[in-house]
Design a protein around this ligand. Structure first.
Ligand code: PAF
Length: 288
C-alpha cells in the first residue's frame, strides 16, 4: 500500500490506471468505512482511499478542530484490507490559499448546490453540502483525471442526503463516474456506526441507539397506517422523550428528498439530533 500526500505523486502513480475505485473519508475509520472499502475492492479496480478532514464542510461552531484524527490506526486497517493507495493530503495540497492561522480555506471556488441541499441536514448546517461537494469534486479531479476510463466512487447510505446530492452533482455536471452506495453498518444495539460515536460514553451510545429503534417502529407503523404526518409527530415525541434534542425527523420521497405525499411508496425516514453535544444522523428506506 502506497501512502501519498501530494498531487504530483498521486497523478504520476495513477497515470494509466484504467479502472479506479475511490472511497473518500475523513479518517477515524470504523467497520462502516471498511465495508465501503470491501465494496470498492470487489469491483476489481485499483482502490484509492482518501483521508482528509475537510474544513469547508464544518460550520464555525462545529467540531472541526476536535474531529478525531487517527492516521496510523487508519493506515493499518487499510493495509490489512489490501487497499492500493491512501491519499492523505494536507490543507495546502487541497486548498492552495489555506490560512493556517484562521484554519480556513481563504478564497476558494465553490460548488453551489441547488435548494435541496438546504433541506434536512442542510437547514441545520448552512453551507455544509456545498463544502462536501467542493471537496468531493476536487478529489474526483485529482484521482480520476489521469486517463482513468472506469471511475467509481463509493459512499455510505448513512449520509443519505450527502449520497443523494453527490449523485445529483455527478449527473448534472456530466461526470462519467459510477457512484456505488454502501449499506449502513450498525453496532449490535442498532446504533449506526459513525466516527462521532466516539464522543459518547457507553451509556450515551445505548441511549443513541433509540434513534434506529424509532425509525424501525415508524417503518413498521407505516405498513399498517400510512399516515406520514401522524408517524412524523409520533417519532418526534418519542425521540424527545428518550433524551434527544432533535434537529428533524422527516419522511421523504427517495427520488426527490421532498416531503412524502399520500400516494408515495418508496420513502425514506431521515432523522438528526443531539445526544449531549454530539450530533448524529440516521435514516431508513421503506417501501410501502
Ligand atoms: O462522508 C464523509 O466522510 C465526508 O463528507 C466526505 C465525503 C469524505 C467529504 O469530506
Amino acid at each position: 500500500m502506497q501512502v501519498i500526500t501530494d498531487e504530483k505523486t498521486l497523478r504520476q502513480t495513477l497515470k494509466g490506471a484504467e479502472k479506479i475505485a475511490l472511497v473518500p473519508t475523513m479518517g477515524n475509520l470504523h467497520q462502516g468505512h471498511i465495508s465501503l472499502v470491501k465494496q470498492a475492492l470487489a469491483t476489481g479496480a485499483k482502490v484509492v482511499v482518501s483521508i482528509y478532514v475537510n474544513p469547508l464542510q464544518f460550520g464555525p461552531k462545529e467540531d472541526f478542530s476536535r474531529y478525531p484524527r487517527t492516521l496510523q490506526q487508519d493506515l493499518s486497517l487499510l493495509q490489512n484490507e489490501g487497499v492500493d493507495i491512501v491519499f492523505a493530503p494536507d490543507h495546502l495540497t487541497m486548498y492552495p490559499n489555506f490560512d493556517s492561522t484562521q484554519q480556513s480555506t481563504g478564497q476558494q471556488v465553490m460548488i453551489a448546490l441547488p435548494e435541496v441541499a438546504n433541506h434536512l441536514c442542510g437547514a441545520h448546517r448552512p453551507g455544509h453540502f456545498n463544502g462536501v461537494a467542493t471537496v468531493v469534486l476536487k478529489l474526483f479531479n485529482l484521482v480520476f483525471s489521469n486517463g482513468c476510463l472506469e471511475p467509481i466512487a463509493v459512499f455510505g447510505k448513512k449520509d443519505y442526503q450527502q449520497l443523494w446530492l453527490i449523485k445529483m452533482m455527478v449527473q448534472q455536471l456530466n461526470l462519467p463516474i459510477t457512484i456505488l452506495s454502501g449499506e449502513t453498518m450498525r453496532n449490535p444495539s442498532g446504533l449506526a456506526m459513525s466516527s462521532r460515536n466516539g464522543y459518547l460514553t457507553a451509556e450515551q451510545q445505548q441511549q443513541a441507539s433509540s434513534m434506529y429503534q424509532v425509525l424501525q417502529q415508524v417503518a413498521q407503523g407505516l405498513q399498517q397506517k400510512p399516515d406520514f404526518a401522524y408517524w412524523q409527530q409520533w417519532a418526534k415525541q418519542s425521540l424527545v422523550e428518550q433524551g434527544w434534542q432533535l434537529d428533524y425527523i422527516e419522511i421523504c420521497q427517495q427520488h426527490s428528498l421532498q416531503a412524502a405525499q399520500k400516494e408515495d411508496k418508496d420513502i425514506v425516514i431521515l432523522a438528526a439530533g443531539y445526544i449531549a453535544n454530539t450530533r448524529l444522523i440516521d435514516n431508513l428506506e421503506c417501501n410501502l
